[in-house]
Design a protein. Structure first.
Length: 428
């Protein structure tokens, strides 16, 4: 077999191979013999079917398999002999493989290559901290939020719905004489207006409403309502109020117990610590993002154009599908997709550049993801989604997402490396 490699661009190459007919037929015969061991055919013992009969029955498939065998060999030789660093799968169209018995086999296929990156400065970058101190009003606000989120409903014997209260209601939307939406057992409050009703109008009508009240509130059917024919139509929201509740916040002592604190001082310290942790994590994320942006800006290299184009077309196809689902015609979706193409191309190129640069830094720094790292990440994903680790692992494996998890872990490690090796100064 003869293999030649032609560099057609900074990140692209073509691999050509030629296999003499004798060598090709020899390999094809081996493939036929291998499959012949498992062939069951009337009149012959297992594994004893003559080669000529196997040729008539399975010859075409064996030659396709043989062609794929030599394509793989050619790619491996091109990688080892010409120091190629391919990314993704070779550009091979199975339909284009011409295999004729008794003739030499030749084919040419394209390969996307990883860009050649000469790393510049990425450690010791200076960045000013924007970490903010915890303010007393932030602590008070957090405590008020905790009280509200942990409040329990208490049936209201007399009076109507109060600010912060809740009522179980039956809801119906009417356009003219037609009811277009109806639902029972909805939990409604004075502050959370339903779609299509202005917040002030909703609060005005709902405040003070008691059990058994029937209220009609003017509304406009939302633009994303399931029925296109009534979107934007003027109508009425009819509310039948059932049971009314006031929300009873926990006492100070109950709040302390929920937070695992012994007294007010310990409780306040814990709230402050939680806010500090949140701000620190947010600042770390900001610093890492800014540092990575600066590293990206300071490195210029070519990208595999075929890979970029394929990703761009995938994004455009997904956008068209979303627009059609939202009610646009295919023509309108095509026009909007064409308008968005430059922005999407910029986004795809930026993402590809970040992927290759992060991979290069990870290689330089010896960043690797172990099986233990993957197991820990899948465990966290399972906990967030209230699923078992086995279910998450099976889902990610079946959908080909395990590599993406590893890529995200590598990027996370590199982001942390950039931050930990940066010179983070305090504002003057």
């Amino acid at each position: 077999m003869e293999v030649t490699v032609d560099r057609t661009g900074p990140c692209e190459a073509t691999v050509s191979l030629t296999v003499p007919s004798e060598e090709f037929e020899r390999q094809a015969a081996q493939v036929l013999k291998h499959h012949g061991r498992s062939v069951r055919m009337k009149g012959f013992r297992p594994g004893k079917v003559p080669l000529g009969i196997l040729e008539r029955q399975f010859g075409e498939g064996a030659r396709k398999e043989t062609a794929e065998h030599f394509l793989g060999m050619a790619l491996r030789e091109a990688i080892s002999e010409h120091s190629l660093a391919p990314i993704g799968h070779p550009q091979i169209d199975p339909a284009s493989l011409e295999v004729v018995k008794g003739e030499e086999f030749s084919h040419t296929f394209g390969v996307n290559l990883r860009p050649e990156i000469e790393l510049g400065e990425y450690k010791g970058l200076t960045i000013e901290s924007e970490l903010e101190p915890v303010l007393e009003q932030e602590i008070e606000s957090a405590v008020d939020s905790m009280r509200g989120s942990r409040a329990t409903p208490e049936p209201l014997e007399d009076g109507g719905l109060e600010e912060g209260g809740m009522a179980l209601c039956k809801l119906a939307w009417k356009v003219g004489d037609e009811t277009i939406f109806e639902r029972e057992g909805m939990r409604l409050s004075t502050s959370d207006a339903i779609p299509g009703v202005a917040e002030g109008v909703w609060s005005e009508h709902m405040t003070g409403a008691g059990a058994g009240a029937e209220i009609e509130v003017p509304m406009t059917v939302p633009d994303d309502f399931e029925r296109e024919d009534v979107r934007g139509a003027e109508g009425v929201c009819r509310v039948e109020v059932g049971e009314v509740f006031r929300m009873v916040p926990p006492s100070d002592e109950e709040l302390w117990e929920m937070a695992g604190a012994e007294d007010a001082e310990a409780f306040t310290a814990r709230v402050r610590k939680d806010i500090e942790r949140f701000k620190e994590e947010r600042e770390q994320t900001r610093v890492e993002g800014k540092l990575l942006e600066r590293v990206l800006e300071s490195h210029d290299f070519d990208l595999p154009e075929t890979m970029v184009e394929n990703q761009l077309q995938g994004r455009l196809e997904a956008l068209r599908g979303q627009l059609v689902e939202q009610g646009q015609t295919e023509e309108e979706a095509d026009q909007q997709a064409e308008t968005e193409t430059p922005n999407l191309r910029t986004s795809v190129e930026k993402g590809a550049k970040a992927f290759f640069l992060v991979s290069k830094i990870a290689e330089e720094e010896g960043v690797k993801i172990s099986d233990t790292d993957m197991a820990a990440e899948l465990t966290q994903i399972a906990q967030r989604n209230q699923a078992s680790v086995e279910e998450v692992r099976d889902y990610y494996r079946e959908n080909g997402l395990l590599d993406q998890v590893a890529i995200e872990l590598v990027e996370r490690r590199v982001r942390t490396l950039l931050r930990e090796n940066a010179d983070i100064t305090q504002p003057s």
